[in-house]
Ligand binder design. Structure first.
Ligand code: RP5
Length: 162
């Protein structure tokens, strides 16, 4: 199983690496590329056109400003594309969010929150878990652990550790 992570610029990496950390946690292989819908459009199209043949099963695309990367990849590949709108402009990421999420019908992009790299990784794991049952088990454990962590914090808080 392999996830393709594409970011529009190296400047997106401080956010994108949180997505890599999630995939590492679940033992999911990935390859991260810097490909821009605007600066290297031919590479973007070739990446999307070859993605399935290259062994990718899910694509995560992170971009900021006029963030067309996820949509451009989704236009060419039949694989599911998850978009991460990056906060990289004076518009606080709202520009990236709307550019990523407002896809025309026929070409969906599963868009996570602005800078929501962890959720992009988790969503990719959930998509893969349809095919790989061990990932479903690990995702179930992850949710139990998250709930247990919050319950422990709640307990401490109620005991006066504010
Ligand atoms: C977008 O423009 C990139 O995804 C990045 O978020 C933003 C700024 O890129 P740089 O000018 O830092 O390369 O295409």
């Amino acid at each position: 199983m392999k996830v393709g992570i594409v970011m529009g610029s190296k400047s997106d990496y401080p956010v994108v690496e949180k997505c890599e950390e999630i995939l590492d946690k679940f033992g999911v292989e990935y390859e991260t590329r810097i490909i821009s819908a605007h600066r290297t459009p031919r590479t973007a199209e070739a990446f999307a056109a070859n993605a399935e043949e290259d062994g990718f099963e899910v694509i995560i695309a992170a971009a900021g400003k006029a963030a067309h990367l996820a949509g451009v990849l989704a236009a060419t590949t039949p694989l599911p594309v998850i978009g991460i709108p990056i906060k990289s402009s004076t518009m606080d990421g709202m520009d990236s969010l709307l550019s990523t999420v407002q896809m025309p019908k026929g070409v969906p992009v599963a868009t996570v929150a602005i800078n929501g790299a962890e959720n992009a990784g988790l969503l990719a794991v959930q998509m893969l878990s349809i095919k790989y049952p061990q990932l479903r088990e690990e995702m179930t454990d992850y949710k139990f652990q998250m709930a247990a962590d919050i319950a422990a914090i709640d307990e401490e808080f109620r005991n006066g550790n504010k």
